[in-house]
Design a protein around this ligand. Sequence first.
Ligand code: OFO
Length: 173
Amino acid sequence: MINKKMEEALNGQIREELYSAYLYLSMSAWFETINLKGFANWMKVQTQEELFHATKIFDFLNERQGTVKLQQIDEPPDKWDSPLAAFESAYKHEQHITGCINDLVYEAIEEKDRATQVFLDWFVNEQVEEEASVDEIVQQLKLVGEKGQGIFMINRELGTRTFVPPGQSEQST
Ligand code: OFO
């Protein structure tokens, strides 16, 4: 059975993951308003990834006879200055999430909760992918600049992304 301190920390992480989903869904909506449907698609798939992360912790807490307590989720921003600004902000957010996961690992070590440590390994690896996939798009956007054909090429490529539950197949980005 999971202890109360760890349970509380994991419930906090469910909120973080649901906020990530909310943030990327908001970015998807914004990309729709500027007619970059490929970017909007990428963000919608990212939303599904985040819901998967939240649900994975939800299931783990239940499995460890913990209690899931869903918390209030903040309202995300609803516009950005440019596609690059949105992806830079997504990258910053992923770095924040990596920090949250690392803090959870340190807490699990402190609590001598070996099962949670092993569980969190998946998230540690996932964050490496999360940061890398967002950074790749940031770099592409910097390369092509804010306007012109380059943006539409990236838009086309991002439009092909589909949701594959993490760990079940190849990278979905
Ligand atoms: Fe984007 O990795 Fe979860 O939050």
